[in-house]
Design a protein around this ligand. Structure first.
Ligand SMILES: C[S@@+](CC[C@H](N)C(=O)[O-])C[C@H]1O[C@@H](n2cnc3c(N)ncnc32)[C@H](O)[C@@H]1O
Length: 354
């Protein structure tokens, strides 16, 4: 067999056919508290599957051999390091940098809630119906299954609402650190509005850097801001961004446009335009798709998320190219768009001015 095994079409197909095992195994190790059990606040000592099961607070018993099967798969996807004893008998596992990002940090945050949120039972019922988004784009597969849009569905379920907030906080913190190091454009702003700001974490971090901001407005759905933690200087305002947006000197909007159709985005951006004074800035942070499709990890991560959006939020909501975002901003009346691709691996920062 001359050809490199990694180029074998048969192996590629067999891997693709069972690829769903990877996120399901990730969900399993989060539910079984494997990551926090190994991490132990930073010790990261290699543990065997049996040692993990006896130390994790997930109840008595458990099959160590089956857990080891899951750990081996996730080792091959870079979540764990495998340590084999000298006699070859015992396998132990520690966390790689990927695994560490899933362990709870000192602030109680991690990427784990994002994985749990994406693999909730309600979403898993809709996800296999991707093909229906092609055959009938008038109704999202999620809506076909549950009879309503995900945000109103979450709003009625306190557990899902809180998981969504934890998922957003856990994924936003690392981006916000990079954003605050790499972006300097809120100088002199006194009132900043975060549109779709969820728990208000992003706003709080921005206001810690920019002491000139006297008032932060965290604008989100009423049922979301109701559960948001109270923070000095931040006013939580409930409403609908498609109807109107509270006024401010500048607007921050992260991970919002992907969930809406072009027409809805135009309406949201028009509402942002109306909420700003002349010269006011709108800063959008969204994952952008590249013009040319490639097999880079970034392209794959964003294109996979695009299928999620198509199935759950809007069949015609989408991850856009820089040009598509620029056109939406210009259609709402904005000018002077600057795009910065170098601040973060996943999100691009787009700046518009009224
Ligand atoms: C993907 S989350 C992004 C949250 C936050 N900006 C972040 O990046 O961490 C989208 C947010 O938009 C909010 N949202 C959805 N529909 C909305 C609407 N019609 N009006 C205001 N907020 C809305 C959701 O509740 C959610 O917090």
């Amino acid at each position: 067999m001359e050809r490199s095994q990694n180029n074998s079409p048969v192996l590629a197909i067999m891997e693709l056919a069972n690829l769903v095992s990877v996120p399901m195994s990730l969900k399993a190790v989060i539910k079984l508290q494997v990551l926090d059990t190994i991490w132990q606040g930073g010790s990261n000592n290699p543990l065997s599957a049996a040692e993990i099961l006896s130390a994790a607070a997930v109840g008595p018993g458990g099959d160590a051999e089956n857990l080891q099967r899951i750990l081996r798969l996730l080792t091959s996807y870079g979540v764990f390091n495998e340590h084999i004893g000298e006699d070859g008998s015992q396998r132990r596992y520690s966390l790689t940098d990927v695994g560490k990002a899933l362990a709870t940090d000192e602030k109680g945050l991690s990427y784990a809630p994002y994985i749990l949120q994406h693999h909730q039972d309600a979403l898993m019922l809709a996800w296999p119906r991707v093909h229906e988004a092609v055959l009938d784009p008038s109704t999202e597969p999620f809506v076909k299954v549950h009879g309503e849009q995900p945000y109103s569905y979450y709003g009625k379920n306190i557990e899902m609402n809180l998981l969504m907030q934890k998922a957003m906080s856990g994924t936003s913190m690392p981006f916000m650190k990079a954003f605050l190091d790499g972006y300097d454009g809120f100088q002199g702003v006194e009132t900043l509005v975060d549109v779709g700001g969820n728990s208000g974490d992003c706003l709080r971090m921005i206001m810690t850097k920019y002491q000139t901001i006297k008032k932060g407005v965290n604008f989100d759905l009423p049922e979301v801001v109701e559960k948001a933690p109270k923070t000095p200087g931040i006013e939580h305002v409930g409403g609908d961004m498609l109807k109107s947006i509270p006024p401010g000197d500048a607007i921050f909007m992260k991970w919002i446009l992907v969930s809406w159709t072009d027409d809805e985005c135009k309406q949201i951006l028009k509402n942002c335009f109306d909420a700003l004074p002349s010269g006011g800035k709108l800063v959008i942070c969204d994952p952008l798709v590249p013009n040319h499709t490639d097999d880079s990890r970034r392209s794959r991560a964003i294109l996979e998320a695009d299928i999620f959006v198509m199935t759950m939020y809007r069949t015609k909501g989408k991850h856009r190219t820089e040009m598509e975002c620029r056109e939406l901003g210009v259609a709402a009346g904005f000018r002077n768009l600057k795009a910065n691709f170098n601040i973060d691996h996943y999100f691009t920062v787009l700046e518009f001015q009224k």
